[in-house]
Design a binder for this molecule. Sequence first.
Ligand SMILES: [Zn+2]
Length: 365
Amino acid sequence: MTEDLARYHRQMLLAGFGEAGQRRLLGSTAVVLGCGALGSTIADLLARAGVGHLVLIDRDFIELTNLQRQVLFDERDAAEALPKAEAAKARIARVNSQVKVTAVVDDLNSSNIERYADGADVLLDGLDNFETRYLVNDYAVKRGVPYVYGGAVGAVGTAFVVLPHTPEGTAPWERGMGENRATPCLRCLFEEAPPPGTGATCDTAGVIGSAPAIVASFQVAEALKILTGNFDRVCPTLLSFDLWLNTFQQFKVARAYEKGDCPCCKHRRFEYLDGKLGSGATTLCGRDAVQLRQRQSSTGIDLETLAERMRPLGAVTVNRYMLRAFITDHGKPYELTLFRDGRTIVKGTHEPAVARALHAKYIGS
Ligand SMILES: [Zn+2]
């Protein structure tokens, strides 16, 4: 064993890994989408495992309330309010200097994903909203790149590996292993995002640090299988657990592709990547406000329930037509007005990325 591989000795002992697997890791690129609780654990484990190039994408800055679960950051990072992607890069340089890290401080959207994710061997999801997940899912299916979905809120975690079907059927996971191991995609499993305001978010429902830690650890194990070519070992089921209720479940979803009529992986219509579906953010001229137009909910939004959830965060008023909440984020005051048809006006910014971030944190998708 050569000296540059010595630090990976314990990992190379694993069946199906060896020196060849380690060399494949060192030559791989993993793109980590989001650097919060999931993303920071993912980036830490991938760096220690020796994945040669990490691209870390995150739009947010570190604050004190992140430290309870975001393992790459410390009090000094929070005091300096560093961008998460940059702080993660600095920390990883001290953990494993063999790994190259590209830090991207930006809001991931349909106009930049092709640029940032170019060259990815695997995409790892540390995102906080379904709209961006569908965008990543579109990209993954279109380009035939494996995508490891993960989510955690409260004490609940969910994860699934997407090995996309390709038009020619020539991806490594589709041939040469006795059976085709391509999986359903995220839209096969969850056809539409839940209407705005119906899902819990970490900022309203809370989160215990171990839930994202488990999901992230699972995602990294799957990514290591993918990057070393062990596709026959990739978990084919949807993982779901609740640490507070002590439930661990695996759902067999393999038939969702054959049985379903997925616009993305069956018809190859990439509506999020093409910008046809999504939040349609509009800056409201002269008002220091941005309007987000989410998909219209057929049942309308339960503003009263959402108001109850948001009350601990600041003043909230609700009437038949809308909910208005006054919140403080990163020390700045904002006014969020959510209408029953799914529209939201975020006052206090003229930047669509900031408005989308606030919506994901406090209202959820
Ligand atoms: Zn699909």
